[in-house]
Design a protein around this ligand. Structure first.
Ligand code: ZN
Length: 270
């Protein structure tokens, strides 16, 4: 089955992974900007990273017939440095016209601090003034519920935001309902260690239905599995779900969400 991985960090994966993804049916990926495993020292470090996301990765993906899209921001972890964050946010418009840029992301919270919230809101301002979609990272483990609530409250307080152009990622059983109820898209991240398993994701599709729901691998440089979406497809088939339902979650929904971005030019193959 053709599928799209809406959240995967290919800069930290090897080229063999692109080949594996292609063999498993992956036709497009979207790669949010994130933490590199260390704090970058200057705005130029981000400028080079954004060149990698907009110039290098699309070419690497294209060798395997995979369309590569990206999202730009300074992530929540480095957002603790407000001064650097403001320099990065001021620089991002240099890249917004690049052909594979879908919007601003993954912005959000990490430890739910005041500085993170400040930088989150300044990213939202950037997205609104440049008519960009938004991809949101919610914090892990014990900070997730409170962080998700803080994020939803900040977004819902701003009437300029079109909620159908916002994807709230890394939802779990205790946060998915609020995200969907407020009219946002929700992403479930399939991870071997923390976050969600394919079985838990399938449970959530059964409970909440497929509307505005996606699954992703969030594959990165840490323990993660870039082929986690095919694992979800397998789990859903084992449970006897229809191909149409599975396809809605792993293909149609990402297409519909991304289709709202100015640069999304993906042509489904027939
Ligand atoms: Zn991520």
């Amino acid at each position: 089955m053709d599928y799209i991985d809406p959240h995967i960090h290919m800069v930290s994966r090897i080229t063999d992974d692109y080949e594996t993804l292609a063999r498993m049916g992956c036709v497009a990926v979207s790669e949010p900007a994130f933490w590199a495993g260390f704090d970058r020292g200057s705005v130029d470090g981000f400028r080079d990273y954004f060149r990698q996301l907009t110039e290098v990765e699309p070419r690497r993906a294209a060798q395997y017939g995979i369309a590569h899209y990206t999202w730009l921001c300074i992530n929540a972890k480095e957002a603790e440095n407000v001064e650097l964050s403001r320099e990065v946010i001021a620089m991002i418009p240099e890249f917004l016209d690049r052909p594979n840029v879908l919007g601003i992301g993954e912005i959000g919270l990490n430890k739910n601090t005041r500085n993170e919230a400040t930088v989150f809101l300044e990213h939202v301002e950037l997205a609104v003034t440049h008519d960009q979609s938004i991809l949101i990272h919610t914090p892990h483990l014990e900070d997730k519920y409170q962080g998700t609530r803080m994020i939803l409250d900040m977004l819902c307080a701003d009437s300029r935001i079109n909620r159908s152009r916002v994807l709230v990622d890394h939802v779990e059983e205790h946060t998915i309902q609020a995200v969907l109820d407020e009219g946002f898209w929700a992403g479930m991240t399939l991870y071997p260690v923390t976050k969600c398993t394919p079985a838990r994701a399938a449970d959530m599709v059964e409970r909440y239905g497929p509307e505005r729901l996606m699954v992703n691998s969030a594959g990165d440089w840490g323990p993660s599995k870039p082929t986690a979406v095919p694992d979800f497809i397998f789990e859903m088939r084992q449970r006897g779900h229809s191909e149409a339902l599975i396809r809605q979650v792993v293909y149609d929904n990402p297409l519909a969400f991304f289709g709202q971005s100015h640069h999304f030019d993906f042509e489904p193959r027939r």
